[in-house]
Design a protein. Structure first.
Length: 366
């Protein structure tokens, strides 16, 4: 092996977790995230090899570690970084061209319906740049179609669909802005055993907010069933109408193998200079209702959620929440962070403890 190859392999080993870490735990629509990652890899050769190694490593670890959504996030990071390296410019220099490109692609998909193309322009005037950087053209066209065909009596609008190219279900909720609504929807999704892998919200100046979720269904057959999707829409819709905030997640005891693995619940806060939000990272043992318990605790403390990235690796969860305080500023007070972290840990761990106790009682009576 040449000296160059030896150094190259050593670099890949040293950074073999960097790509999966960035794709699953950071906001890939933030130009600074792409800029930092592009600086780390340095050139296209390093990026290509790191991308392939990351896929092989994740798929080789076990079937529970890899899914279509994680593959999509890796591809997103790979393409954005490749573009940044190719142009030798910071990604934020490309924001407007990227927005114009996705809008043109979306309009092309609406080409057979001139009325929707007119509606699209009116809807898009209400949305900020982050919206167009968050979705592909097909998803944006679907949003336009749903919003254009809805009347005032249809609100809140709730729509489910299977993504045309990857095995996930997309959820759109369009409703009057409310600090409670995200918690309500999270509870409704959990009642249907839907696993949320991404969540975003886009406030509009007219007092409405678009909430979007990407979820995994209990099995691949459910995601292809129109009857299942319509039933799921009804559950979320009626939960919103009835303001059904309270929900008791299923307390499922850990798998017998996972019982011997220690995954303490932790909340870690960080803030990047110049950003107006705090990134809160939750690491814990995977369990039903985790997202709901976290966002309900945020609601209790009057903390506003901007978006979330949900990542499960086997039996372990690492969720990232982008949050601000009631005034829209990042959480600068350390005491507030400590109290919030303790309350989240108590809420999440209490569910596990009750499940473990019930499992022990069942064993004693068997």
């Amino acid at each position: 092996m040449s000296e160059y190859d030896a150094h190259f392999v050593a670099w890949l080993v040293r950074h073999h977790l960097a790509m999966s870490f960035t794709s699953q735990r950071e906001d890939l629509n933030d130009p600074e995230v792409i800029s930092r990652f592009a600086t780390k890899v340095g050139n296209q050769e390093h990026l290509d090899n790191l991308y392939l190694l990351t896929i092989a490593d994740m798929r080789g670890t076990g079937p529970s570690v890899w899914n279509d959504w994680k593959g999509k996030m890796l591809e997103h990071l790979f393409l954005a970084t490749s573009r940044a390296l190719l142009t030798n410019t910071l990604p934020h220099d490309e924001v407007m061209p990227r927005i114009q490109e996705v809008q043109l692609d979306s309009l092309a998909q609406l080409n057979k319906q001139p009325r929707l193309k007119t509606s699209a322009q009116k809807i898009w005037e209400l949305l900020d740049d982050d919206y167009f950087l968050s979705y592909d053209a097909n998803t944006i066209a679907w949003h336009v179609e749903k919003l254009s065909n809805a009347s005032a009596i249809d609100f809140p609008l709730v729509a489910f669909r299977t993504h045309p190219s990857i095995e996930v279900v997309q959820v759109l909720v369009f409703a009057t802005s409310s600090d409670e609504l995200f918690t309500i929807v999270a509870g409704a999704l959990d009642r249907q055993h839907l696993n949320v892998v991404e969540a975003r919200m886009h406030p509009l100046p007219n007092g409405l907010t678009a909430y979007t979720f990407v979820v995994l269904t209990p099995d691949s057959y459910a995601s292809q069933s129109e009857r299942y999707l319509r039933s799921s829409e009804d559950e979320v819709y009626h939960s919103i109408i009835n303001r059904k905030i309270e929900h008791s997640p299923r307390s499922v005891a850990p798998h017998r193998v996972a019982q011997h693995m220690q995954f303490p619940t932790r909340a870690v806060f960080s803030h990047s200079p110049g950003s107006d939000y705090t990134m809160m990272e939750i690491s814990a043992r995977d369990r039903p209702g985790l997202l709901y318990l976290v966002v309900r605790t945020l609601l209790k403390h009057r903390i506003k959620l901007l978006s979330a990235k949900i990542t499960t690796s086997g039996v372990r969860v690492r969720d990232v929440f982008f949050i601000v305080d009631r005034d829209g500023n990042y959480l600068a007070d350390k005491k507030t962070q400590t109290v919030l972290a303790n309350d989240i840990r108590e809420a999440v761990d209490s569910l596990t403890h009750s499940a473990s106790q019930r499992n022990t009682q069942l064993k004693e009576h068997s």
